[in-house]
Design a protein around this ligand. Structure first.
Ligand code: SAM
Length: 448
């Protein structure tokens, strides 16, 4: 480490700022805000010996001769010194800070890039909104209370984790400080076994973690346990907090009822044990994801449930391939369905009925019955209808193939597309110029 990070307690300490410009005034203000007794010395007024008895000196004079002299005097006397913009004459450097009293986050690039430090500060300021100030103070007050009561450290940690996972922060953010404090009191007064947990049914989106909702990211970060589908990408799972236990409960291409029952039973059991559980499903939880059944079972078991919608592959797949679901004068109605029902077959009659009723058809899980499915559709809406198969949309593995409906099954197979794949049928597939599409696809792949 080039620098040793620390926070100084300067309450009542003599500090000196040299110089008279804006920068010097800002340093004076910061030091006074931190409780220091600040003496200001004009550049022309400085005399060797003036620094005697000071804890800390900032030389913002911008005068090379003064810089040399203050550095020499401070070094000889063992006073912490910062000669502004002269790194080799700095015993300390000032970080960029995010200040949410009492929370203080300091950022330094060890002087490499002030730009990066302030860009990072801007990012952190967005993540750590004003609510983090009162929240930090409240967690501090709870900590003093628990320690006074002699609560063991292990149980204290559970309470802090619970506070972090609770709605207290969002209540502060919404300006409901009293309600936030009421909820925090309740949490602090409950012992571990009394606390009910919660299950969040969360949509993970189609693959690109950039398509996770903010609510999903927040819940993943706070969760004790995340039960996820096989389709959820590692990049998305990387959004989980360090304490989260991740369990893959997925099985591509359908799931037996017994497995589904045991997932629901686990959700209920974990929530009853007081855990914050996220049930993370690809796309949207209520689109061919059995989210509806899980919600019904959880509600019947009296579990607190929250549902966070996700970006479904129904929308994201065609969009990432540059295929608009609707397009003026081309398509105004859209339908989506599945190419695989509970017994593993396809309900061809229902699919054909839907295809005849809409301009654009999206079929999820088409691979298992692709030949029968596309043959039935070709007979009904015509073998020349444009079609596309989109695989692993929004991920670096995304692939798109296009053909007439009559030939799409053979092309999809020949190109070796693997699940997850969806099928799009309709004039929209060919409605936009191809060059544009290539550009769009490669752009998306670059940004994933
Ligand atoms: C069990 S369904 C779940 C759908 C999910 N709930 C949703 O809203 O996207 C799984 C099917 O969704 C489609 N799918 C999911 N993610 C996809 C992706 N990234 N690219 C293409 N198709 C995808 C495929 O048809 C896959 O077989």
């Amino acid at each position: 480490m080039r620098y040793y990070p620390t926070f100084l307690d300067l309450q009542g300490q003599r500090c000196i700022v040299l110089g008279e410009g804006e920068l010097a005034a800002a340093k004076v203000k910061d030091l006074r805000d931190a409780g220091a007794e600040v003496e200001e010395i004009g550049s022309a007024d400085y005399r060797p010996g003036d620094l005697a008895g000071a804890r800390l000196v900032v030389d913002a004079s911008g005068d090379l001769e003064v810089n040399k002299a203050t550095w020499a005097e401070a070094e000889a006397a063992g006073i912490l010194v910062n000669v502004v913009d002269v790194p080799e004459k700095c015993r300390f450097i000032a970080p960029a800070i995010v200040h949410r009293e009492p929370l203080l986050v300091a950022i330094s690039t060890s002087g490499e890039s002030p730009f990066l430090a302030s860009a990072l500060r801007a990012r952190l300021e967005r993540i750590l909104g004003a609510e983090w100030g009162p929240f930090t103070a409240l967690v501090g007050a709870v900590r003093r209370r628990l320690r006074a009561r002699g609560v063991p450290l292990h149980d204290q940690l559970k309470t802090y984790q619970r506070l972090l996972a609770s709605d207290v922060l969002s209540l502060y953010r919404a300006g409901a400080a009293e309600e936030a404090e009421r909820v925090a009191d309740l949490i602090a007064s409950q012992s571990g076994s009394e606390r009910p947990g919660r299950v969040a049914l969360v949509g993970a989106g189609p693959g690109d973690p950039g398509l996770l909702t903010v609510a999903a990211q927040e819940l993943l970060w706070r969760a004790d346990l995340v039960l996820h589908d096989a389709l959820v990408s590692p990049a998305t799972l990387a959004c989980c907090g360090p304490q989260a236990k991740l369990v893959d409960v997925g099985k591509r291409g359908g799931r037996r009822q017994t497995e589904q029952d045991s997932i629901t039973a686990r959700l209920i059991q974990e929530a009853r044990a007081g855990r914050e559980v996220v049930r993370l499903k690809g796309g949207d939880p209520f689109v061919f994801g059995r989210g509806g059944e899980e919600l019904a079972d959880l509600v019947a078991a009296g579990i607190d449930v929250v549902v966070v919608p996700g970006v479904s592959s129904v929308m994201a797949g065609p969009a990432a391939a540059g295929i608009p679901l609707t397009l003026r004068d081309v398509a105004a109605t859209v339908g989506f369905t599945t190419g695989r029902v509970a017994d593993g077959g396809a309900d061809l009659e229902a699919i054909v009925r839907l295809a005849e009723a809409v301009d654009t058809l999206v079929v999820l899980m088409p691979l298992a019955n692709l030949d029968a499915l596309t043959a039935a559709l070709a007979t009904s809406v015509g073998p020349d209808r444009p079609a596309a198969a989109v695989a692993a949309a929004t991920t670096p593995e995304q692939r798109v193939v296009r053909a007439k409906l009559g030939g799409i099954a053979a092309v999809t197979r020949a190109e070796g597309l693997e699940a997850p794949v969806l099928l799009v049928v309709g004039e929209v597939v060919d409605a936009l110029p191809k060059g544009r599409l290539d550009h769009l696809i490669s752009h998306l792949q670059r940004t994933v």
